[in-house]
Ligand binder design. Sequence first.
Ligand code: CUA
Length: 329
Amino acid sequence: MTSRTYLRYPAALTLLAVAGCDGPQSVLAPAGREAGEMASLFWVMLGGAVLLWLLVNGLFLYVTRINPRKMSRGWAEALIIGGGIVFPLVVITSLLGYGLSSMPQQRLPGDGLVIKIRGEEWWWRVEYWPEGADKPIVAANELRLPAGQRTEIKLTANKVIHSFWVPAIAGKMDLIPGRENRLSVLPEKTGVFRGQCAEFCGLSHALMAFRAVVLSPDDFDSWLRAEAAPARPPAGGAPARGRDLFLSQGCGACHTVRGTPAAGRSGPDLTHVGSRLSLAAGTLAPTTENLVNWIRQPGAIKPGAKMPAYDDLPRADLAALAAYLKALE
Ligand code: CUA
C-alpha cells in the first residue's frame, strides 16, 4: 500500500461526514429560527476552537522548534498568568455569554396554534389545537407547521421517555410520561424535513421517525381545514370493500376513522392516512404495496409493534384494506 492509499481513507471519511451535514435532517441546514441560532452557535464555537488550537500549537511549535531558547523568569510567569489564566477566562466567559444569549428565545409563547404530541410505542400521536378550539384535530406520525409563525408544541409520553427532534427546525426536547414539556418553534422555510425520536425507547426506537412539513400560512390553513373534516366515504369497488373489512375485522377497536363507527384510541388516527408522506411513523414509503405488507405482518417491519398480524387474511382482502386506507386522503 502506498502512502497515497493511506491518505485516501481520511479523505473519504471527511467527505462522508460533510455529506451528512446536508439534507432534510441536518442541524447545519437550518430551516427554523431556533435551528439557525444553534447552527450559528456551532460555527462560532467551532471557529473559536480552531483559532485557539492554531494559536496553542503555533506557540508550541515556536518554542520547541523555531526558537528553542531559555526564557527569562519574568517572561515565563507572564506567559503562564496571561496565557494560562487571563486569556482562557476572557475567551470562555465571552463564549458562554454568547451561548446563553440564544437560550431564552426557546421558551416564547406561540402565535395561537398549539400542537400536542404524545410519544407512543413507537409512533407519534399529534393533536392540533387552533386558538380557541374546544377539541383537537387529531392526526398521527406527521407534523405540519405554518412558516413564519411561532407554534407552541406540548410534549408528553405514554409509557417511556422519548425525545422529539426535527434538527432542521429546532433542538430536541424529551417527552416524559406524566409531565408536559413545552417547545416553541418558528419555522422559516417551507419544505419537508425529517424528525426522529432521539431517546432510546425500546425495540423500535430507531423506527420512530416522522416527516415535518412546513407550509405557507395559507396552505397550512387549508390543509388544517381538510384534516379536520371526516373521512370521505369510498365511492365503491376495492376501497368500499376495504372499508367493510376494516369494520368487520375489528380495526376500529384501535384506530379511529372519523365519519365511520371506528373510534379506537390505542392506535394512530387513520382518518387521513392516505395523505401522509410515510407509513408506520417514517418507516415506509406510502405505497399500497407497503400498506399490504404492513397489515400482513407489522412486527416484521417494526419489531415490538402492538398491532397484531393479519397474515391469515386472503391477499385480495389485504389489497382491499390497503386500497381503502390509501383512499383516506
Ligand atoms: Cu421513541 Cu426512541
